[in-house]
Design a binder for this molecule. Structure first.
Ligand code: C5P
Length: 228
């Protein structure tokens, strides 16, 4: 049990237009966040789950989390990177050397994907992330909604989570580039800015991020298959 899971869950999920943040929407018997926490706890190398929530979060305390490993709440920040940093710092204080960072909004993580990314993350000094080769044709669009050009998709990957890193490497990266860079939409981008190359580990197309209204319906349809 050498890896701590860190789940940033302090976002307000503006794009969902829901009355409650998307991580607290229900899918079947549990909220999106509970499914994500359970998914991370399914690998025996995960020793604890640190969940970063907003300071005025009213929902986390009501979750009924029934796991054999500790689930620890930490206070998140104004940006995703700050929320992740709060969780990573807590994990380091608890004695962990590695973290697996996973979006609260990705409840359909399969056990096999998690196992693979942890394996590569522990083996490779620059860490590892789940990712998918881009399958669609990619356009650059103008602000007014017209196609300007087609971006060659060769070598393009879509970054998913979990992303697994040594805590000391991740803290070094953040010290170099700070936590406020708008390009820091995942943790691997901080490592890349150090000049290091995290390993891309093939994820599954089912590992979707709940982002827009209706995504929770897709997740509900995917979950039974994921859990098999
Ligand atoms: O908005 P987006 O879907 O990219 O958010 C990804 C994850 O980061 C979500 O799980 C969200 O709750 C989290 N987040 C956070 N703190 C913020 C903003 C986002 O923990 N300030």
């Amino acid at each position: 049990q050498s890896v701590a899971a860190v789940i940033p869950a302090a976002g307000i999920g503006q794009r969902m237009q829901a009355a409650i943040p998307k991580q607290y929407l229900h899918i079947g018997d549990a909220t999106v966040l509970e499914h994500s926490i359970r998914a991370m706890a399914r690998d025996p190398r995960i020793g604890a789950v640190f969940v970063a929530t907003a300071s005025d979060d009213r929902w986390f305390a009501q979750l009924e989390i029934d796991l054999t490993i500790p689930v620890v709440r930490v206070e998140g920040g104004a940006t995703r990177a700050q929320s992740v940093a709060a969780g990573v710092t807590a994990a380091q204080r608890a004695g962990y050397r590695y973290v697996a960072v996973h979006d609260a909004a990705r409840p359909c993580l399969a056990r096999s994907e998690l196992a693979a990314v942890i394996e590569h993350g522990l083996e490779h000094s620059a860490g590892a992330l789940l990712a998918l080769p881009v399958a669609d044709t990619i356009k650059r669009g103008s602000a007014s909604g017209y196609a300007l050009e087609t971006v060659p998709r060769d070598g393009l990957w879509q970054a998913l989570t979990p992303q697994v890193f040594s805590i000391s490497v991740l803290l070094d990266a953040w010290r170099m580039i700070g936590l406020d860079d708008p390009l820091l939409t995942d943790e691997a981008s901080a490592i890349e800015a150090l000049g290091l190359q995290p390993r891309l580990v093939m994820g599954r197309r089912t590992n979707i991020k709940i982002t827009q209204p209706g995504d929770e319906v897709i997740a509900a349809a995917l979950l039974p298959e994921i859990l098999q």
